[in-house]
Design a protein around this ligand. Structure first.
Ligand SMILES: [Fe+2]
Length: 298
């Protein structure tokens, strides 16, 4: 296996490994070491069945099931362990301009970290490109450890004690999307998340932010939202960003504990973009990991 840094500390390309085959212990250790250092790993030219994609992801922990399984009437295009990040409907045709799926997935254009709206959020996401548009559709990643390092000392100290409240409804509402069933509202309630986290794999400290964050406990709504926006603006400055231009059959694995990402626009009513994500759960809720008391929901 070979590791080629794309940037000094944030993104790397990994070569000479075939992810369709079971990993050796040495390769798994090397990938974990690179993952903990870089946050974003790009594995080019991988040819994976769904089973092989999921089997590779399971090397790093238990898998999530897709948020869309929260609706008992959901008809999924792919298996429940796959988050369908495509612009395709159940019959593999490009979605309709006003389809619910299209409106919901517009939320991916906002900076976020995957599954911070779950009490037990995502550790890693492994997104595989089965078909890609010829132009557009890049994924941008923001380095939340570097962003934390660059904050003034008094700000760092102040943030360490704070807890934010995250919900999928908060990020969707920002776009005007409110089409959730009672069932979804009940199964996806707001959850507390530490605003600053110690990264288990490196010991480094990072901001933990997302469009899903709607308020900060102990602050007025206005004060909390203003601080969240200030921090997202800070963390997404050019010097903290890596932009991934997708090639067909790239698998990109990123660390949701210390990054944010967003999908860039493309002509989604013209080009099929079949991206499928396997998602590895974290080991414990973030407040528990940080030793913070988790406040009750607002
Ligand atoms: Fe995402």
């Amino acid at each position: 296996m070979t590791v080629y840094p794309v940037t000094e500390n944030f993104a790397a390309e990994i070569g000479d490994v075939d992810l369709s085959k079971p990993l050796s212990d040495a390769d798994r250790t090397e990938i974990e070491t690179a993952f903990n250092h870089y946050s974003v790993l790009v594995f080019p030219d991988q040819h994976l069945s769904t089973d092989q994609h999921l089997d590779f992801a399971r090397n790093f922990g238990p898998l999530e099931t897709t948020i869309h399984a929260a609706r008992s009437d959901a008809k999924l295009r792919v298996r429940a362990e796959i988050a369908d990040v495509s612009n395709l409907s159940q019959d593999d045709q490009i979605w309709g301009k006003e389809s619910r799926k299209r409106m919901f997935e517009m939320g991916n254009r906002m900076w976020h970290t995957d599954s911070s709206f779950r009490r037990l959020p995502a550790k890693a996401s492994l997104l595989y490109g089965r078909s890609i548009p010829p132009v557009g559709g890049q994924t941008e990643f923001a380095d939340m450890r570097a962003a934390y390092d660059a904050l003034p000392a008094d700000m760092k100290l102040r943030l360490r004690a704070l807890v934010a409240e995250h919900a999928i409804m908060y990020s969707r509402k920002k776009l005007g999307f409110t089409d959730f069933s009672d069932e979804e509202n009940q199964t996806l309630p707001p959850v507390p998340q530490a605003l600053v986290r110690k990264h288990a794999g490196s010991g480094r400290i990072g901001l933990y932010l997302a469009s899903h964050a709607g308020r900060i406990f102990g602050m007025t709504e206005e004060e909390g939202k203003a601080l969240l926006q200030q921090l997202i603006d800070h963390a997404t400055q050019r010097q903290f960003i890596y932009t991934h231009r997708w090639r067909l059959h790239d698998l990109v694995m990123w660390d949701n504990r210390c990054t944010m990402h967003r999908g860039k626009g493309y002509d989604d009513l013209r080009w099929p973009r079949d991206m499928q994500r396997a998602t590895v759960s974290d080991v414990a809720p973030t407040c528990e990991q940080e030793g913070l008391a988790a406040p009750a929901a607002a």
